[in-house]
Design a protein around this ligand. Sequence first.
Ligand SMILES: [Zn+2]
Ligand SMILES: [Zn+2]
Length: 317
Amino acid sequence: MVNVTLIGTAGAVPLPERALSSCVLTLDGRSILFDCGEGTQTAAKKHDVNLMRTDVIALTHYHGDHIFGIPGLLQSLNLGERQRPIYIVGPVREGGTIEQELAPVLALTGRLNFDVIPMGIPDKGLAISDLFPDWSPLARLEPFKTDHKVTSCGYSFLLKRRGKFLPGNASALGIPRQLWHFLQEGGDVCFTDDNGMTRTASPSDVMGPARKGIKIAFSGDTRVCDSLRRGASGADLFICDATYGSDENEQTALEYCHMTFSQAAHTASRAKVKRLWLTHFSQRMRDPSEFLEFAQNAFPEAECGFDGKTLDIDFEN
Ligand SMILES: [Zn+2]
Ligand SMILES: [Zn+2]
């Protein structure tokens, strides 16, 4: 089961009840934090989110409202006697490095007793278990291009699901029962059959076709673009920039590289996502729900995000 919790849903300027952008995803007790605006720590505490579990901070871009919370968070992790390293991944502009992007933030952080490892997010994405072996090998983080004023990306988090184990196949092949779990976990096995012959078996010999996994997509800050729709395609939950409520702000959204409620909803509809949460609200919009019908006209399942909004997502069936 994957839990997703919005920590902050404000765009650019925080309000007393609305912290700057941040969202946390937790699987098996470990977390990925998507963006870390100023005030993320306080907002997380308010909503019972334990940021000590964070293993990866995935940044969508380097605007202050998405990164100014990082130095304080790293210092708190240090005071919490963290030993485990933490990765900070993000997009890298052509000819640049993520170290350059993060230098101002990390300069404020000071000395830590654990490693902070900046890493440009590879285009093909990464298996979290390559960074931390105790993560499920089925969990992946994949970036997709977005269209903002600066180099930016959104992310899909994917939790794949293996096919059903077929015990009849395993028995017919003579695979000893004590080796079955290796195959179920994705490894090959070597065994001696009844005739004393050495044989190997692969998961494909004993597992049915892969089943539908879980996908969660985060837009970060962006204008409407095709790569956003592709990145969100088929998501169980799509968390999308919806800085402006009314359709009247479409021109402003275009100019400032953000989206309106209606644009987010049209993208969700075209991407055939299951749920849409709107976020990154302009400070001028005190009550985003007043504008929700702009989104629901295009995508009836649209919901306004709010700080502390949370959802557990499990495999179907
Ligand atoms: Zn922003
Ligand atoms: Zn931005």
